[in-house]
Design a protein around this ligand. Sequence first.
Ligand SMILES: Nc1ncnc2c1ncn2[C@@H]1O[C@H](COP(=O)(O)OP(=O)(O)OP(=O)(O)O)[C@@H](O)[C@H]1O
Ligand SMILES: [Mg+2]
Length: 219
Amino acid sequence: MNGTALDVQGLGKRYGHTPVFSGVDLTVASGEFVAIVGESGVGKSSLLNCLAALDDWSEGRILHQGVDLGTLDEAQRAHWRRQHLGFVFQAFHVLPHLDVAQNIGLPLLLLGQPDTARVEQMLQAVGLDGLGARLPAELSGGQLQRVAIARALVHRPGLLLADEPTGNLDPATAKQVMDVLQQQASDSGAALVLVTHSRAAAARAQRVLHLTATGLHSA
Ligand SMILES: Nc1ncnc2c1ncn2[C@@H]1O[C@H](COP(=O)(O)OP(=O)(O)OP(=O)(O)O)[C@@H](O)[C@H]1O
Ligand SMILES: [Mg+2]
């Protein structure tokens, strides 16, 4: 689990002719936790979407464990995401018609590796033991976010990207969710890149980086 999980070199992003950021360099080791902060609109979500190969970038390179994501076509990117990426969205993005266990197990199903024991293990790990048969509508915001974290980690991805995962939560629930996210990432040796406006969440990271139009700088 040692080594470089993510290597970003000279990354730049434009929407049409409008530049968002350029000159982003970032290396994250396996098991490392990096927080990215910055003003609203500076491009944090755009950056995470690029790191997930969910969106195209305008210049620079993104390597994940030696794989140059820029050389992959759409189908190969989707395959890469399924195997290697966990993404925690601010707005949970759980599927309302699937129960909690089905939501958490979805990445394994997509990989053709359904594993109910692993889903049970994740339910326990995020403190949702016994709630597997509930529908998302029957959960609190903090519980939903823990479902999203379990789903992001169930397939043991090497790279975990989280976009303001505590943005919708009260401080006590946010702390609980961050505990789970950090513990699970560390247990599985995943590199964790967290975008957040929360000082408390950022303070947990090994490094805090500030995104500006001209790159990532030590905060
Ligand atoms: N699909 C898009 N097309 C054009 N412009 C976009 C698009 N998505 C985002 N932008 C613009 O790019 C800039 C960066 O947006 P982004 O969502 O990445 O910011 P952010 O740092 O995540 O902000 P916040 O902290 O509010 O979430 C903003 O000016 C935004 O308006
Ligand atoms: Mg954002």
